[in-house]
Design a protein around this ligand. Structure first.
Ligand SMILES: *Cc1c(COP(=O)(O)O)cnc(C)c1O
Length: 482
């Protein structure tokens, strides 16, 4: 480890990063090359310059262009100049973002960035405590951790101190929109995956609002946790947040909203109605690495009752600042979320918001909504494509459904086609099962994405779809494949 190594290593990283970013608009999206064997741990090191060079060599063909404009898989944003550079700078500063003692800078900016996020989403910044997390999964862990504490207190138990033993199984009520990460959070919190009751009324997963009310009535005043989804991953649909908030008010339930990307509907007046009612939640989970286009990994939680977060995540050690000494709450983000040591994740968020302002974020989101509309138009106009749902946000579920193919063969056809699209690499899009069929679910969330990228997506799917159709089947048609 030598001081002289830092500058050449950083310059090499800059050069390689510029080359990679510069290639994103035209590069093949998927990974292609074979992975070289890592070999045994070297006894003697090669030094920073050679290590960097090897890393860059390994990235070639093995790094997915998920930061590029034709990556429509999952819901993935790219990186912007401001967010990427700030993320690097955060690494260079290498702050201990656990407390204001560890890094006044990191905590100042975490408080500023989470306040700005609240303002961006038209949420009262004084009413919420924000904390940066690795993503929406950990943000839900934070929100549901606070909910668990609330629930225990309603039953006379301080869960953070006493644990869950002796308590009844909690009741967590959701629609079929609920994301896997919420279920994972329930498991991590010891509440159990099985406590989640999905109350849906159709094959979309739409909330059965009457069933929700009946279930809350049946609780007879016992506390329930309701998890609403703002932006379902297959469709971008929203649970009816205002109606849910009304019920939560009436029956005294906790409302957690998983708004990983749907929170951004609140910056675009054309779709903000979808997200109305979110301001009445008790906790909100969201991502910055999706629609804000901050590098992975970055999310945030907003919780109304700071004291519940602090009880759940309190970190007590003789060498750390006391977590409750009267007076203003100590500035210790490590007391508000799961990590003890944590990086300064707020820096790229702060830089992104400063760089773009409200208007810049709004313009990007509205641009993506227009592109999603364009995609819906292209699908509607193509005789061999079929929209699987009419939706309004940035996710467009559709499938290849050419005339002459039996409906029951379409799932297999779309599954094969989805695999083919990934191998082809010009565009990247995932398949899913939604409304009981296999379909593509492109999401548009990268600032680089343009109309021609969306055009290419449709072109590639139709071209490869036609090719898959021409191929001889490996099993007699109509008989299920193994
Ligand atoms: C992406 C997503 C999550 C999980 O977020 P991570 O950042 O991957 O932890 C949760 N909920 C919804 C609706 C999502 O889209």
């Amino acid at each position: 480890m030598r001081r002289e190594e830092i500058e050449p290593a950083l310059r090499a990283a800059l050069e390689a990063s510029l080359a990679f970013q510069g290639s994103l608009d035209t590069a093949r999206v998927g990974a292609s090359a074979e992975a070289p064997s890592p070999g045994p741990l070297p006894e003697a090191g090669v030094g920073a310059a050679e290590a960097l060079a090897e890393l860059v060599r390994r990235a070639e063909g093995r790094a997915v262009a998920s930061a590029g404009p034709r990556y429509f898989h999952y819901v993935v944003g790219g990186v912007t100049g401001a967010s990427l550079a700030a993320d690097w700078f955060a690494s260079a500063l290498d702050q201990v973002a656990s407390s204001a003692t560890g890094s006044p800078l990191a905590v100042d900016l975490e408080e500023a960035a989470t306040r700005w996020l609240a303002e961006l989403f038209d949420l009262d910044p004084d009413a919420w405590t924000g904390v940066c997390t690795t993503g929406a999964t950990t943000a839900s862990l934070v929100g549901l951790g606070a909910a668990r504490q609330w629930w225990g207190e309603r039953l006379g138990v301080d869960v953070a101190e006493e644990g869950l033993s002796g308590l009844p199984r909690p009741v967590v009520l959701t629609s079929g929109f609920v994301h896997a990460s919420v279920i994972k959070s329930l498991a991590m919190l010891g509440l159990g995956r099985a406590c989640c009751e999905r109350l849906s009324s159709d094959n979309r997963g739409t909330l059965d609002l009457e069933a929700l009310e009946r279930r809350l009535v049946s609780m007879e005043g016992e506390p329930a946790i309701v998890v609403a989804t703002a932006g379902e991953v297959n469709s971008g649909r929203f649970d009816p947040l205002e109606a849910i908030a009304d019920l939560c008010d009436r029956y005294g339930a906790w409302l957690h909203v998983d708004a990983a990307f749907g929170l951004f509907a609140r910056v675009a007046p054309g779709v903000a109605d979808l997200a109305r009612g979110m301001e009445r939640a008790d906790s909100i989970a969201a991502d910055a690495h999706k629609w804000l286009n901050v590098p992975y990994d970055s999310g945030f939680a907003l919780v109304r009752q700071r004291s519940l977060m602090a009880k759940t995540f309190r970190l007590v050690a003789a060498y750390l600042p006391p977590s409750s000494a009267g007076g203003p709450p100590p500035r210790v983000p490590a007391n508000l979320g799961p990590e003890c040591s944590r990086r300064a994740r707020a820096l790229p968020i702060f830089a992104a918001l400063l760089s773009e302002g409200r208007a810049g974020v709004r313009a990007m989101v509205e641009g993506h909504l227009q592109l999603a509309d364009h995609l819906r138009d292209l699908v509607a106009a193509a005789p061999d494509l079929e929209l699987v749902d009419e939706t309004r946000l940035n996710v467009v579920p559709f499938r290849f459904a050419p005339a002459g193919v039996r409906r029951r063969d379409l799932d297999e056809l779309n599954r094969s086609l989805g695999q083919r699209v990934l191998e082809d690499g010009r565009v990247f899009v995932g398949t899913t099962r939604y409304r009981s069929v296999i379909c593509m679910r492109p999401a548009i969330a990268n600032w680089r994405t343009r109309m021609e990228d969306v055009d290419l997506l449709v072109h590639v799917i139709r071209e490869l779809g036609a090719r898959v159709l021409e191929e001889p089947r490996s099993a007699p048609s109509g008989s299920p494949r193994p």
